[in-house]
Design a protein around this ligand. Structure first.
Ligand SMILES: [Mn+2]
Length: 435
């Protein structure tokens, strides 16, 4: 369907999600259209609402492509859009059949787990794969990294996309240290900025990283790439002692610019663009713009990283507030608010906060509170379902919430803060006792 519209000379309307996966997804489709000599018009949105679909339906396009979103709005799309539609999504679909003018690609329709086996960018890649586009497989995997679908290698359809990427010759796998910005930043910053896998004592801790390197006789001010082979070996052994997961398979596009060479770092950069609402910038990078665009994105990333370091300092100093079955952090500080969710989860994985209670990160936004909840796999195995807990508790106070068992979010009125926390605490107690 896509190819037909490109050949007809139609401008293709792309609508995608605002995170790293969504931007990669738009990038996959946009690259394919561009390579075939077609034109496109892209809009990136935080979530697809019925009203957005109604507004889009008034636009005069022959083909609409929704990527990393759309499946939940299928009913509205069926009703309002009479032109051709492609939906390439991996979120839970609504329970309706697609109209004849709608091509619906979603792993859940085939019994495949869309939370780990295929990303939105991956679903988009499946749209263009038959157009001889295996060289775009790597970008689909950038999206998978964005949605944390590579905890320990790729699985499901992602694995097929990986073999496409390897076949195409532009993607490679090798074993290496999984630390970020090896060619850009002094080594102590590379260590402090490495969030996943977390390095206890180093992640989010610039001074800790300097002390760690000095103690081992490694000059902290130079870049990882400038270390001698001997120093690299020492560092590798010492980091593995902190967290064995720090050494393992890394996925790279060797001919790419050094700052984008590693797929995971590519996704982190697109995420920075998304978080700062610079969607056009993210798409430009995915379309191959470098120089100025890349510098602008790196600036955003640097700003975000310094905010994150402030947040990590704060959480190290203040800790979390414990309740019987949960813990929480709260702030109305402008800088801290933007990084609350990340510092809560990295705080746990870097062992700054205890891991035996789910954490809620609360940020005040005017008269509301935005909540990001995180827990660990062992807690989920004991019965915790944060998505359900936040959905039920927020509904009780006229708010909204939901998500996955291990990570979820909610928005509630500010005045409900204390009672909301008590209710979530009770729900988690109930979940643990009734498992
Ligand atoms: Mn996604």
């Amino acid at each position: 369907m896509l190819k037909k519209h490109i050949e007809n000379g139609d401008v293709i309307r792309l609508i995608s999600h605002n995170d790293a996966d969504g931007i990669s997804a738009a990038g996959v489709i946009a690259n394919a259209i561009h390579e075939e000599g077609g034109q496109f018009h892209t809009t990136i949105v935080p979530r697809l609402k019925s009203d957005t679909v109604k507004d889009l339906a008034k636009e005069k396009y022959e083909l609409f492509v929704f990527s990393d979103m759309g499946s939940a709005c299928l009913e509205q799309i069926n009703q309002s859009i009479k032109s051709d539609v492609i939906i390439a999504d991996h979120h839970q679909p609504s329970d309706v059949e697609a109209n004849d003018n709608v091509v619906h690609i979603n792993p859940h329709l085939f019994g495949i787990d869309g939370s780990k086996d295929l990303s939105g960018a991956g679903a988009s890649y499946l749209v263009v794969r038959d157009m001889d586009k295996k060289h775009l497989a790597y970008l689909a995997l950038v999206g998978a990294f964005g949605d944390m679908q590579c905890p320990d290698g790729f699985s499901g359809v992602n694995q097929m996309i990986l073999s496409d990427g390897l076949d195409s010759g532009n993607l490679e796998i090798h074993e290496d240290l999984k630390i970020v910005s090896k060619t850009q930043e002094p080594i102590y910053k590379s260590l402090a900025y490495t969030l996943n896998p977390a390095l206890p004592g180093l992640t989010g801790n610039l001074e800790g990283a300097i002390g760690f390197l000095e103690k081992r006789g490694i000059s902290y001010g130079i870049k990882f790439d400038e270390l001698s082979d001997e120093e690299r070996d020492v560092l590798k052994d010492e980091l593995i002692k902190l967290n064995p997961e720090i050494f393992g398979d890394v996925y790279t596009v060797p001919k790419e610019n050094p700052v984008l060479r590693n797929l995971e770092e590519y996704s982190i950069l697109l995420d920075s663009c998304g978080k700062n609402k610079k969607f056009g910038l993210g798409i430009s990078i995915a379309l191959g713009e470098r120089d100025k665009a890349l510098n602008a994105a790196l600036n955003l990333q640097n700003n975000y990283r310094s905010e994150l370091m402030k947040g990590m300092e704060w959480i190290t100093r203040e800790g979390s507030i414990p309740m019987d079955y949960i813990q929480y952090i709260y702030s109305d500080d402008k800088v801290l608010k933007s990084v609350m969710g990340t510092i809560a989860s990295v705080g746990m994985s870097a062992k700054i906060l205890p891991e035996d209670k789910p954490i809620l990160a609360l940020a005040r936004l005017h008269n509301d509170i935005k909540i990001s909840g995180r827990t660990t796999r062992p807690m989920v195995n004991k019965g915790v379902d944060l998505g359900k807990a936040l959905q039920d508790a927020s509904a009780n106070f006229g708010g909204q919430g939901g998500g996955h068992d291990i990570a979820a979010g909610a928005m509630i009125p500010f005045t409900a803060k204390d009672n909301f926390l008590l209710l979530v605490n009770d729900i988690i107690e109930h979940q643990l006792n009734n498992n």
